[in-house]
Design a protein around this ligand. Structure first.
Ligand SMILES: Nc1nc2c(c(=O)[nH]1)N[C@H]1C(S)=C(S)[C@@H](COP(=O)(O)OP(=O)(O)OC[C@H]3O[C@@H](n4cnc5c(N)ncnc54)[C@H](O)[C@@H]3O)O[C@H]1N2
Ligand code: MOO
Length: 393
């Protein structure tokens, strides 16, 4: 019995173990995944400071004038203490002087020589207090978080210059097919470009992983077997496309059985029915994606991406939303159907618009694809204006 999409995903995620932990410098870490919880080594903010340009004053109930006694600029604070009825000129990010309890904006005072008259005064306003956002020792980032630009900003602000992450997987892309050519080759009759290899390597890049592309393999059992064996020995994941269906020249599923263990073959999904997943003898995940380009793409999004995330110890999250479709969607009730589309805005509301045909060999929709609508098993069509689950790519 072919597995459902959900069953297949849960078996993949259940079988894959995260890779070992390595220590990386801050700027080596983007794209990798934290293997430790990070507790803040200090308070944030680390000192009490002004949030605005203006005057820091020691408020005095009922006073209308304050005497300017100095200046506190960012990085160059005011050394003395401010007494009730006094203030200092202060700028955003500058340390709040001792004794000051309020900052008034410069636009909201009248200045006359060394005197200011606040037009309005809200005691305690416009101050960022030490530790108000994060106390020393509190959780700043959690294990499983992928390091991106925002996380680099936070880590460096907290003076963290190295971190423990899961080793980044090394991925190998295999393609088999007597019809395949390299993109630079002149077109020959009956031949097509090995576009899956380039697309799958780029998809790995989008997951923060470099993938090597193997030379094109002929539709020959022992050639494909040799390539799988070498890949399993040298890489952390092997992703093949093509030759996984039932034709006389489709050897990938039987090769996967010969070099390791096939966990499942064939799922109730369109496109992507002949997907095969297994493990090499050393636990290296091996994927046999269908050759049809749309099938390979959708299988990567639904299964390989989470597999790469699991190898990295990352949170496995689905970026899905529920949107109305602006056109009817035709489906195959026997299989969960993924339909390529775009997100369009109608009167301020985001909606799903299918693009291209539903043929898994039609790559032309990829010029505009932003999302995949998911029509569940048992449903043969979705009417225009009905809601559908949409995966944002
Ligand atoms: N009798 C049956 N035939 C097929 C079935 C079935 O259940 N019974 N399933 C169909 C489905 S669904 C799919 S999907 C395809 C998948 O077949 P394969 O994984 O064996 O892929 P190929 O036959 O090698 O190729 C299919 C198609 O894709 C092109 N292709 C292959 N590799 C690449 C590549 N690297 N880059 C770009 N394009 C590639 C290939 O030329 C074919 O046009 O099987 C159906 N058949
Ligand atoms: O599953 Mo195939 O990918 O329907 O064309």
């Amino acid at each position: 019995m072919n597995l459902s999409v959900e069953e297949a995903l849960s078996r993949i995620v259940g079988k894959i173990e995260p890779l070992s932990v390595v220590r990386l410098g801050l700027m080596e870490s983007p794209g990798s995944v934290l293997a430790e919880d990070i507790l803040s080594p200090s308070d944030w903010p680390s000192f009490t400071q002004s949030a605005m340009d203006g005057y820091a004053l020691a408020h005095q109930g009922g006073a209308t004038e304050y005497n300017v006694v100095g200046e506190s600029a960012a990085g160059r604070g005011f050394d003395g203490a401010v007494k009730p009825g006094e203030c200092v000129r202060i700028f955003t990010g500058a340390r709040l002087p001792e004794g000051a309890d309020t900052v008034v904006l410069q636009e909201e005072v009248e200045r006359d020589g060394d005197l200011i008259r606040p037009q309005k005064l809200e005691v305690g306003a416009n101050i960022r207090f030490q530790g108000e956002n994060l106390a020393e020792g509190a959780a700043a980032l959690t294990r499983g978080t992928r390091i991106g630009a925002a996380q680099i900003g936070l880590l460096s602000a907290l003076r963290i210059s190295s971190l423990s992450v899961s080793r980044t997987p090394r991925a190998l892309i295999l393609s088999s097919g007597d019809e395949l050519q390299y993109v630079e080759e002149p077109a020959a009759p009956g031949k097509i470009v090995n576009s899956n290899a380039y697309m799958l390597a780029a998809l790995c890049n989008e997951s923060g992983i470099h993938a090597d592309i193997s030379p094109i393999l002929k539709d020959d059992f022992s050639t494909i077997e040799q390539a799988f064996r070498a890949g399993i020995a040298r890489y952390d994941i092997v992703i093949s496309s093509g030759g996984v269906s039932v034709g006389d020249h489709d050897h990938v599923q039987s090769v996967m059985q010969s070099v390791g263990e096939v966990d499942f073959w064939k799922i109730r999904m369109k496109p992507g029915k002949p997907l095969a997943f297994g493990l090499g003898p050393n636990g290296v995940p091996i994927f046999g994606l269908p050759g049809n380009p749309v099938s390979a793409f959708v299988c990567f999004q639904l299964f390989v991406r989470p597999a790469l995330a699991k190898l990295q110890g990352a949170e496995i999250s689905e970026r899905s939303v529920t949107l109305e479709t602006v056109e009817p969607l035709k489906s195959t009730p026997k299989r969960e159907h993924y339909i390529s589309g775009r997100i369009v805005t109608e009167e301020g509301v985001s909606k799903f618009m299918p693009v291209g045909s539903t043929s898994s060999g039609d790559i032309t929709a990829f010029g505009a694809i932003e999302a995949l609508a998911c029509v569940p098993e048992g449903v043969s069509s979705v009417e225009k204006g009905s809601e559908v689950k949409v995966l944002i790519l």
